[in-house]
Design a protein around this ligand. Structure first.
Ligand SMILES: [Zn+2]
Length: 161
């Protein structure tokens, strides 16, 4: 009697769990207290776009030279408020993001901050720029789709362009 009642309650709870949290209802409901929150966060991070870059740093010559090496990489320009970074422009350099960032100092009034990351090669930098471009398209000032590196016929991994 007691066992049957416990099972019924469990089914009832599971039904309500699915109804209340349809977004992550495939998470085992019995684990929601101990491991569920972590699983929820990891699912959420898959759905929320991220630049996956370091920063934000102030966009000025001294900070760029202190924080950024002369390597292949990606960057985003934008605003930083309330512990959040709001990208307005994304780009890359196939040779040297330090030099590229210096060229932006004072150029965009709505972008006092930048974030950046290094890439192992030009293809990695191009594909990351494409992903950043599509993920944040609605808030970006970028006029055109990222251009493929000179001498390549690589395609955007998101739209195939
Ligand atoms: Zn694309």
């Amino acid at each position: 009697m007691l066992i049957a009642r416990t099972v019924n309650i469990s089914i009832f709870q599971q039904y309500f769990h699915t109804a209340r949290y349809p977004f992550y209802s495939r998470v085992n409901p019995s684990s929601i207290d101990s491991r569920g929150f972590g699983q929820y966060l990891s699912i959420r991070s898959l759905c929320m776009p991220t630049l996956d870059m370091e920063g934000p740093y102030l966009l000025n010559d001294a900070t760029i030279d202190k924080m950024v090496e002369r390597r292949i990489g990606n960057y985003a320009l934008g605003e930083s408020r309330d512990n959040s970074f709001y990208p307005k422009y994304v780009g890359r350099s196939d040779e040297d993001i330090n030099t590229r960032l210096h060229q932006w100092v004072g150029e965009k009034r709505n972008c006092p901050y930048f974030k950046m990351s290094y890439a192992n090669n030009r293809k990695e930098a191009f594909e990351k720029e494409c992903k950043n471009f599509h993920d944040f398209l609605s808030s970006l000032d970028n006029d055109i789709h990222p251009d493929k590196p000179d001498g390549t016929n690589w395609k955007c991994p998101v739209c195939g362009q």
